[in-house]
Design a protein around this ligand. Structure first.
Ligand SMILES: CC(C)(COP(=O)(O)OP(=O)(O)OC[C@H]1O[C@@H](n2cnc3c(N)ncnc32)[C@H](O)[C@@H]1OP(=O)(O)O)[C@@H](O)C(=O)NCCC(=O)NCCS
Length: 328
């Protein structure tokens, strides 16, 4: 069976209006702008309103992506939402989004792979289209991390923000589109980055709330070491699978967790910073939404043009990682 080439037909992003700066955080925890900027590269992040949930952000980003692709919601066959902050346990945020968009014929599900979730979702959707099962897919990363962040914990609250990015995938001309995916997981590192409460292991209870188990827990230094190792190697593996040399890469779109992690990946890939999309200074780490927001912003800014070789790479809780090579 010959496979259909699959690529990005349109991108969109949405971030909430409210800005939380490093200076605002100085009034909330024992931290300072200089520490945050030198250790992470982050200057500000966006925060959803109390009324906004992940599907609301996903909806705004999806409308833009569909519009750019020139595809009506009714034409979409599949919706995948990558998120660790679903509106609720079930129904899935993808089903809620399907209803909001009126994408009546679309199958819809959420995918949980933390910050690697968008790349995992792209791989899923690409395979459905490549094999002819579906024609058009909407793939979204959407997060309201502010709702699961402990704003008394300076180790984590400086890092995270809210937002959504979306892409419409569909058939493209031979030679273009996704050339490879490299996905991985190491469950032995699951305790390094997690939310312990609210699931079937530790259901919500007065004790779980008191123990702050519904907030993100992170062993920062351990995750940092893992990230530095995996970002470069996952991107290299994806390039090798695609048969493309590092020197042919036009743009790296990495997960936006920490500027020092991104710089180490650039070093490993022999790429200069001008070949990298960096917007974590404005949005912080938006988990599964970071890569699609960065890709949509690169698209908005005209930083990607037809035929460009783009490498997407991310890592996150699970532990998980993913990389992909895409010819625009
Ligand atoms: C969190 C992170 C920025 C911390 O940077 P770091 O250089 O490793 O800093 P350390 O953890 O060594 O902490 C150094 C000191 O700064 C302190 N510190 C931590 N957060 C601080 C803050 N917001 N402001 C000021 N000081 C802070 C620590 O308490 C520690 O003090 P101590 O030495 O007295 O104990 C870094 O570990 C990181 O980015 N990790 C990966 C996070 C990530 O990518 N997570 C998402 C995965 S998708």
């Amino acid at each position: 069976m010959s496979l259909q080439a699959v690529g990005v037909l349109g991108t969109g992003k949405y971030v909430p209006e409210r800005v939380l700066t490093n200076h605002d955080l100085e009034n909330m925890v024992d931290t300072n702008d200089e520490w945050i900027v030198t250790r992470t590269g982050i200057r500000e992040r966006r925060i959803a309103s109390p009324e906004q949930a992940s599907s609301d952000l996903a909806y705004e980003a999806s409308k833009i992506a569909l519009n750019k692709a020139g595809i009506a919601p009714e034409e979409i066959d599949l919706i995948i939402v990558a998120t660790i902050t679903p509106d609720m346990s079930f129904p899935s945020t993808a089903c809620i989004l399907q209803d909001k968009l009126g994408a009546k014929k679309a199958a819809a599900f959420d995918l949980s792979a933390a910050c690697s979730g968008f790349i995992y979702s792209l791989a899923n959707a690409t395979n459905f289209i490549a094999t002819g099962t579906y024609k058009y897919a909407l793939v979204v990363g959407a997060e309201c991390l502010s709702k699961i962040t402990d704003y008394t914990d300076r180790n984590t609250c400086i890092l995270f923000g809210d937002g959504a990015g979306a892409v419409v995938l569909g058939p493209v001309a031979e030679g273009r589109g996704f050339k490879s995916f490299e996905l991985g997981a190491d469950g032995t590192g699951g305790d390094l980055l997690k939310i312990a409460g609210g699931g079937s292991r530790c259901p919500a209870s007065p004790q779980s709330l008191e123990g702050k188990q519904h907030f993100i827990y992170m062993a920062g230094a351990e995750v940092f070491k893992f990230a530095v190792r995996i970002m470069g190697s996952a991107a290299e593996d994806a390039l090798r699978k695609a048969g493309i040399a590092k020197s042919e890469v036009d743009l790296l779109v990495p997960h936006q967790a920490n500027i020092r992690i991104i710089q180490s990946a650039l070093q490993r890939l022999d790429l200069s910073e001008d070949k990298c999309m960096i917007n974590l200074d404005k949005y912080g780490n938006v988990s599964a939404a970071s890569i699609p927001i960065a890709l949509a912003e690169a698209d908005e800014e005209g930083r990607v043009k037809e035929g460009d070789c783009i490498v997407l790479v991310g890592f996150g809780g699970g532990l998980t990682w993913g990389a992909s090579v895409l010819i625009w």
